[in-house]
Design a protein around this ligand. Structure first.
Ligand code: UDP
Ligand code: MG
Length: 229
């Protein structure tokens, strides 16, 4: 990569002050959901939405919607990145997420009693730059729910899903690239948060029902109670 020209003396201003996150973690409770492609993130998120009053935001779904939006200047780029299993430049994804959180808050959604709002961010952050940018400028997370599943099992699930999902990246070639990106780019995010004691790791090979039993136990340990029960 060519190096950037060094700034002239005049441009060398003091470092920008650290941005303040748009949302306070005292009132907006963000839980990231990570796991390889096909680890079962979407399935478990649906359970958590039903029982814990979370609002579900999928970074992949937001990107696909932006890709299909008629006037989007990013549509073509997003399409290429997704087909290639690469991570779309973080500015786009973080902005889409911030907008989506704001929209839900404006609608008064995601509120759980007097306890603030709960958001599950599914399939994000998948790269260190996104993680740090979101934490410092949008909202620091509570923890990351990480679904740990062997690649063999994930591949089986994805190929099966590909028969009906209509997703352009549920094919053998894209799946291979997504696995590679997951291991090389996304696992470092899990390891980073793990060092901070902010990862809840769940084995994700068993049935969805069994896995959810484990998830519920772990949510309770982290202070998240079910609603309306
Ligand atoms: N993606 C991205 N940034 C994100 C999340 C997703 O660029 O923060 C892209 C990436 O190309 C990924 C695709 O969207 O492979 C699909 O993501 P999704 O979470 O829908 O699918 P999964 O791989 O979990 O099945
Ligand atoms: Mg998904």
């Amino acid at each position: 990569m060519p190096s950037l020209p060094s700034p002239s003396h005049k441009e060398r201003i003091s470092a920008p002050s650290k941005p303040t996150p748009t949302f306070s973690p005292d009132t907006v409770h963000v839980v990231y959901v990570l796991g390889g492609p096909g680890a079962g993130k979407g399935t478990q998120c649906a359970n958590l939405v039903r029982d814990y009053g979370f609002k579900h935001l999928s970074a992949g779904d937001l990107l696909r919607a932006e890709q299909d939006r008629k006037d989007s200047e990013f549509g073509g780029m997003i399409k290429e990145y997704i087909a290639d299993g690469k991570i779309v430049p973080m500015e786009v994804t973080v902005q889409l997420l911030e907008n989506a959180i704001q929209a839900k808050l404006d609608e008064g959604e995601g509120q759980v009693g007097g306890k603030g709002s709960r958001f599950l961010i599914d399939g994000f952050p998948r790269k260190m730059d996104q993680a740090l940018h979101f934490e410092s400028s949008v909202c620091p997370s509570q923890f990351t729910l990480f679904f740990d599943c062997p690649e063999e099992e994930m591949q089986k699930r994805l190929l099966h899903r590909g028969e009906t999902s209509g997703r352009s990246d549920d094919n053998a070639e894209s799946i291979k690239k997504r696995f590679k990106t997951f291991v090389e780019t996304s696992m470092p995010v899990v390891e980073y948060f793990e060092k901070e004691g902010k990862v809840v790791r769940v084995e994700a090979t068993e049935s969805p029902e069994r896995i959810y039993e484990v998830v519920k136990g772990r949510m309770g340990e982290r202070g998240f109670e079910m609603i309306g029960k």
